[in-house]
Structure formats: structure tokens, C-alpha cells
Design a protein around this ligand. Sequence first.
Ligand code: ADP
Ligand code: MG
Length: 480
Amino acid sequence: MDKLYMYINGEWQESASGERMEYFNPADQMTLGTIPRGNKVDVDHAVSAAKTTFEGSVWKEFKPHERGSILFEVARRIRENKNELARLETIDVGKPLAQSIADVEAAARYFEFYGGAADKLMGETIPIEDGMIDFTVREPIGITAHIIPWNYPIQITSRSTAAAIATGNTVVVKAAEQTPLTTMKIAEYFHDTDLPEGVFNVVTGLGNEAGARLSNHPDVNHITFTGSVPTGIKIMKAAADHVIPVTLELGGKSPNIVFADCDEEETLNGVIRSIIQNAGQTCSAGSRLLIEGAYKDEFLLLLKDRLEALTIGPGEEEHNIGPILSKEQYEKVISYVHQGRKEGEIVTGGNRVHIEGYEEGFYIQPTVIDKLTHDSEVAQEEIFGPVLTVFSFDTEKEAVQLANGTNYGLVTGIWTSHLGKAHRLADQIRAGQVFVNNYGAGGGIQMPFGGYKRSGFGREKGFEALKNYTQLKNVAIKYR
Ligand code: ADP
Ligand code: MG
């Protein structure tokens, strides 16, 4: 059993209350270890450390390229420990090892990308008049809070903290209570660098305790949150009390739009990968299939065969699909499946799978549901499991209407060999990312990522994310 500690002001800390809570391996629901159940006192301690460090001279005097060097050092440690980190992510989250390895690789690349960007964020000079110089400077925003969800802990911890540290902020992370392992490893790697104490802090505990205090704290200057819409709304309200900005990534109901003129093999692979990745517990999952009417029966038959050939089991055994995180998540997913069975027709899947030796784990067959009405809850709400709903269209206009016909707008995949058609659709799609003949572009470290509509706002990843963690100052100097 692993006993983890919070990381505050360069030290490993127990919670002030001494209370602890367990986290589990989704493969068999066995306890993996415990984390401190942090609360107000602990969060206040972490924010105070971050504030003292931000206001002190040591961190301020770090040159941008020196901040970058530290991020490169963390990336190096991640790469050195790639297999171990992937194993930890797999036992914690449940996902197949190959997916964890991809996540660890992406985490290293975030540290490298933002390490390299640290000394390349520039302002502008703006023409005013003769005898005056006007310029802008991007300054760190201060103490940034990072509230991490359980589904991609190493990637999400890395992408936002690397950008915040590159730009000279100090950070307080709230680890996901269900999956703390790799976030604490990142803390360990920072601990071994020359990063000043108090720049990188991690608190653990429950969302409505540690998380709520962090988002309510008057000294926090920015909140980055990835998670559910209801929690995102709470965080935005808490931020409003102190007039601070938030970056919210709140999930989706992202469609793959498939035309009869697509490359069938690539499309099948793309559609399948985007719904089974992390057993569908992915904000950007391709959870809706919109397919050209004349091609529907043929494509669905192929899809059904492929899905039925996939293997399901514990992530460490390298199956295609791992377990659902917890009983709570399982019950949520399976209730959508039951509703789908009642209101529509199950094309394939729809059942729990019992795996010998892992009877306590919650495994679900990849499931396709057809013949729903488009306004049904199953077709509109984020299920967060390997469940795909299917609709067909006859015209581009119908395809766009269906694609845009939910409250979400995170990602859209378009599959066609007609480039003009792809452009026409991309123009009309209301989503933060559009992929044509691929889904995800292999991770997309460099590409801005975030939502339209209720999928949130603000962008993470890429150069764009650096703007979240800076505020712009304009300086006008008269020299004549
Ligand atoms: P889920 O229900 O799938 O866990 P959440 O959006 O509730 O998704 O959780 C994402 C992250 O937000 C977790 O780190 C969780 O602890 C945190 N969280 C949950 N509730 C709150 C809250 N009221 N305030 C701040 N953070 C919260
Ligand atoms: Mg776990």
C-alpha cells in the first residue's frame, strides 16, 4: 500500500487533520494506497507558500530560460521513468498500458514544449507618435490553481502546470482524489530540481473540500479546471467572487461525421479509437457517429464486427479496452445503456463483462446504440463510457445540424476524400477543434484545445495556453 503525501513549500506533508482517504485500482477495485484528506488549513498553507514565493525575489530573478531548463529537467525524468509512470497510470486509472505510455510521452512533450517556450513569449511595440514608445509586456498572473480530473492525470497536470511555470507563476495543484499517483510523481521530479520551494505545490483531498477551498481562496489569481459542467459552473461562480479568470474544459459529445466517400479503413480505425480510448472516459471522445444515409448499413456492419473482435480486460494485460474507473461511473454509464435499449436499438455491446480474477472490476462492452431520437438524453448527454450513438444524414446541411445539435462543442471529426466538402463543413462546425481524416492529430501538444458552448472556454495546449497564465501590461513612454 502506497502512502502518499501532499507537496507544499518543498516538503511532503500530512493533512493538518491527519485524515486519509483511499484510492483504488479500477482493474479489480482493490485499494492501492491512501492520500491525505486535505482541507482548508492545508490549501491555505499551500496558497500561502505559493504567494510568498511569487512575491519574493528568488523566483522573480529566475531568468526565463532558467525556468525552461527546470521544465526540461522534469521532461527528462519523465522519459527516464516512462515505463514505471505508465504502469502507475494504468493501475490508477485502469487504461491499457499502451495508452498510458502515450500519455506519459505527451506529458514529457508538454514539459519540453513549454520549457522551450519559456524565453519566447514576446510583447509588441505599438506606434503612437513621434517621441513616444509604446510596448506591451506579458507578466505572470500570480498564483495559479490547477484542478485535475481523474481520467488523464499525468497529461493534464503536465500541460497546465508547465505553461504556468514557464511564464513565471507559482502553482497549486489539486490532484484528482481517485488517481493521485502520477501527479505526485511530477511533484517528486520537481523536488529534485533547483525549482525554488513554493513554486510547485500539490494538495490532495475531496473536490468539495480541498477543491472548493482552492477555488474560493482570495489569493488565487487564476483557475484552470478540467472536469464536469456542474463543477465547472461552481468554480466559475467561486472565481467571480474574486474577479479572477478561469480556463474551463468541460467535456463534450463530439461527433465523427462519416461520408460514403471516406477511406473506409482509416475511418473505421479513427471512429473506434476515439470511442474506446480510456474506455470512453475521455472529454474529447468521439461519442456520436453521424453517417451518410446510403452508407450506414454497410459501415455499421463493419463497425460491429471490429468492435466485437476487441479484447476487454485489465490495463496491465494490454487489452484494447480497460475497466471503468469505479462503481459510481459504471452505474452512470450502464443506466444510459439501459435507457438506450428502451428508447432505441443496441447494435452491439450493452453488457457488463466479467473477467476471471477481476470480478470486482467494472468492464463494459463497447456499445453502439441506433434509432434514438436526436433529442433523447442518451444522444445529448456526455456518457463517459464506451458508448456510441448513431444518426444518419443525407445532405451536408443535415450533417452540420446534427453535429452542432448538442450543448457541447469540443471536437469534431470529418471523414471524406472530398477536400472541398471537408472545408465547407469545418467552416460551419461549432467546436474548438476540427479534424479531417484523423481524430486528434496524434496528441496535439502544439494545437490549442478547448470548447465552444458548454464545453467551456479558454484554450489549453500550444502557444495559446501561455496567455492564460500571463496578463498584459502596456507601457507608454514619452522621451521628448
Ligand atoms: P467527476 O465527477 O467526474 O469526478 P468533477 O468535475 O466533479 O468530475 O471533478 C474534477 C475535479 O474537480 C476533481 O479534482 C474534483 O476533486 C474537483 N472538484 C469537484 N467538486 C469541486 C468543487 N466543488 N470545487 C472545486 N473542485 C471540485
Ligand atoms: Mg485509482
